[in-house]
Design a protein around this ligand. Sequence first.
Ligand code: R7I
Ligand code: MG
Ligand code: MG
Ligand code: MG
Length: 352
Amino acid sequence: SIEALLGRFKGCMLGALAGDCLGAPFEMDSSVALSVLNNYINKLADPKVRVPYKAFTDDTAMTQSVAQSLIDEKSFSEVDMAKKFVRAYYKEPRRGYGANIVNVFAALKATNFKDVWAPAALQFDGSGSYGNGGAMRVAPVALFTAAASTEEAINMARDSALITHSHAQGYNGAILQCLAVRNALLSPSSSLNPQEYVEGLISTLSKMRNPREEDQDLCSEGEGHGGFVDSLHVLQELLGRSDQVTREEVVERLGNDVSAINSVPTAIYAFLRALQPIQGIESDSEFLRSIVYAISLGGDTDTIASMAGAIAGAYHGSQGVPEFLGRHCEAWEGALQQAEELHKIVYKNDKP
Ligand code: R7I
Ligand code: MG
Ligand code: MG
Ligand code: MG
């Protein structure tokens, strides 16, 4: 029902935020002991314990801009979205942005947004960024296109990424993360079959035609989707194994760094793995378990946890999100409000 979907929209936006805020203190640690994370979460849950405030990073700043642009414009506008990215960056440049994306912001500003696609295409000597910045902020696109076709969702995910990430892995990572959120959002609750869910992602990616294939500037290395489909097959194998798959193996085979190819499949794995209890993680919230597990893998913890949290929140809904998180994460109310506004736009013509 539409009411139930409102809870899913909220869960998704809160999950993206909570993963970023909870994961940020551990960014670039090589891995994080589960005992440390259990203690971390227990302290957050205890109203008597004072803990440092959990600030959001660039992941959330950019997610907020994507959501607000879709809300204000009621459609995708690359110029408006680019302007919101740039305004947020210059207002608060110290949110932990990627080292190279800041050159895109500077060029967009210097050229007064004349050709919004151009600065991204010039990154890394013309090959474009393969960072996960397009994927980490894409969740609102999945919400905004929830009632539209898969093709529309894919095209909007790609375009939203291309403002800063023109490397095929950069925008295909955004497409995969968008599809992961979309399919979680639209799955009936408590009935998701992990193998079928991954199969669905593989089949959509495999059928995808790249409309920019012939565009040499945007896709200079001819990167297809093989990389992501290969990782999804690895993910299926790991999920199908009867033995305890170690975190070391997950990191080795799926990755945990700032590239989209080595982080989006990892986030999807964290969501699916956390549907079952995980040895060593105390929390019995499936939502929180996905975030804790993602952080425990180390590396790009804020981003992998944010992407896992967005997927998990879209599936479990806001009732699956522990209330105590709202006391600790910056901009909690703002995430809820954007979820409500996106939901209102998407379902304005429908009766419950
Ligand atoms: O992708 P992006 O927005 O970064 C997001 C990450 C997340 O972890 C955030 O939490 C934040 O910490 O940053 O920003 P980019 O600067 O486009 O890409 C991130 C990094 O990926 C770059 O600084 C490079 O180190 C690397 N990278 C590349 N390196 C070599 N060649 C991305 N593309 C390339 C490339 O083509
Ligand atoms: Mg960050
Ligand atoms: Mg390159
Ligand atoms: Mg990060």
